[in-house]
Design a protein around this ligand. Structure first.
Ligand code: URP
Ligand code: ZN
Ligand code: ZN
Length: 463
């Protein structure tokens, strides 16, 4: 039997329309004028009166089960994708990690075996390139053939993921030959390590020093350098987790000049600040991520960047570490606190809160959370839109419901919420993933293994 989602307001990246949505199996079959389907048809129905009907969110930056800082991020693909579905996200793109001395394809195999059979929603992969050599460069093409055509590199974390400018240039030249995108963690890690060593030597060991030793200027500098390298290599560049107005200015300038440069930010940079890193009694450790939370004044520029499309996407950089036993590894030395924050469950809600606050239009909410990630990472029009023929990844969203974010009620496998006690307006009522109801009024109805791997095409914004 077909499914009819009736009475709702369909929100797309173009605007809103009063329409009923017909789902047949895993696909959207049609959008009909409201009420047109009621006569003579056999439908299961979902009443979406007074609700928004939106394409499921696509979180293009997550780290499930990621090895980092001597431990692993706390969400598995099973728990993390379930939490994502609770929050109205119906696809994630996670990062496979090439460990030094290993191959890209071995990393890809490993991430497939972590995800396969465990995900509640569909998933794709980017590849973290941490060891640039001749065979890695050749393997990039094999990754592209395997549906992974975005490669993250790091100007930060010397000794771990860090790549030199020369290595970055080589990888960009390689990516450029096939139109693949290089994603950049743009912070000047060499300079940061000096500031970190100075802070530790001076006994400045509290979590706030994580922020103070990673100043926004060093994100701005690295972003400009990445843009220059990408220009020389003629390679599409996507700046991940952009947090600082200096970095945004560099991205805006490159985009104005017509370069294939794109950027995302994350909810934590829109809502939280270095004041959270400065919370007493080691509580600031909950907010340690890189780049760090910035002084509040950066938030206005980021919201503006989202409106002007200098920031095209909002992802979460979901990389949760429990406060107990994981964040605590850095008591007495902030540089040993595992970097990362939880967030996969709350991205759609926090962006909707931005709509309520007048920062974004409804259409822009859907665009930055779903449609643009789909286009940026080669999933459109299968994903990211409510249209006939697309996957029936659909969220029914109550824009009037009130909720309080809390670790007591969230579904992520982590013992704290970065937004504890925050009251917001809006809540997911139903999440459909490829036509199947996986969340129904807060209850999980999905199953591990329902989510399938998404081989992806190229970035659809290239000039
Ligand atoms: O602190 C962060 N962002 N942890 C996850 C790894 C990364 O750099 O994205
Ligand atoms: Zn990063
Ligand atoms: Zn990340």
């Amino acid at each position: 039997m077909s499914l009819l989602i009736k009475g709702g307001t369909v929100v797309t990246a173009e605007g809103t329309l009063d329409a009923d949505v017909v789902v047949e199996g895993e696909k959207i079959a049609a959008l009909l004028a409201r009420g047109a389907a009621t006569i003579g048809s056999a439908y299961d129905t979902i009443d979406a009166t007074d609700m928004y009907v939106i394409p499921g969110g696509i979180d293009a930056h997550t780290h499930m089960e990621m090895p980092f800082g001597g431990t692993f991020s706390a969400d598995t693909f099973e728990t993390g994708t379930r939490a994502a579905a609770h929050g109205g996200t119906t696809a994630i793109i996670d990062f496979a990690v090439q460990a030094k001395g290993t191959s890209l394809l071995a990393a890809l195999d490993k991430w497939h075996s972590k995800a396969d059979g465990n995900c509640a929603i569909d998933y794709g992969f980017h590849m973290i390139v941490s060891d640039v050599n001749d065979s890695t460069l050749k393997e990039m093409d094999a990754c592209i053939s395997a549906g992974v055509n975005s490669f993250k590199m790091f100007m930060a974390y010397p000794g771990v993921f860090y790549a030199t400018d020369g290595e970055i240039l080589l990888a960009m030249q390689q990516a450029s030959r096939s139109g693949a995108t290089v994603m950049m963690h743009a912070e000047n890690g060499i300079a940061i390590d000096q500031l970190v060593a100075q802070a530790i030597a001076a006994g400045r060991t509290d979590p706030v020093n994580h922020g103070l030793t990673r100043p926004p200027e060093l994100e701005g500098e690295a972003t400009s350098r990445a843009i220059t390298l990408a220009k020389v290599a003629d390679c599409p560049l996507y700046i991940v987790h952009l947090s600082a107005s200096q970095a945004l200015a560099a991205v805006a300038q490159a985009r104005d000049a017509g370069q294939n440069v794109f950027a995302e930010t994350c909810p934590q940079y829109l809502y939280l600040s270095i004041d959270d890193l400065a919370r007493p009694d080691f509580e600031g450790a909950k907010f340690v991520a890189s780049p760090p939370l910035r002084p509040k004044e950066h938030q206005d520029s980021l919201w503006r960047g989202l409106r002007t499309n200098d920031l095209s996407v909002v992802s979460t950089d979901h990389c949760p570490f429990c406060f107990k036993d994981q964040k605590e590894l850095g008591r007495g030395d902030f540089s040993k606190i595992p970097n990362g924050m939880p967030g996969v469950e709350h991205r759609m809600d926090l962006l909707h809160a931005g709509v309520v606050a007048g920062q974004l239009t409804l259409a822009r909410w859907v665009e930055v959370a779903s449609t643009t990630p789909a286009r940026m990472f080669g999933l459109y029009p299968r994903k990211g839109v409510i249209a006939a023929g697309s996957d029936a990844d659909i969220v029914i969203y109550d824009p009037h419901a009130r909720q309080t974010l809390s670790a007591a009620t969230h579904h992520m496998n982590v013992d704290y919420s970065a937004y504890e006690g925050m009251e917001i307006t809006g809540r997911v009522v139903t999440t459909l993933a490829r036509g199947r109801v996986v969340i129904d009024d807060g209850t999980y109805q999905g199953s591990p293994g329902y989510g399938t791997f998404l081989p992806r095409g190229l970035n659809q914004y290239l000039l």
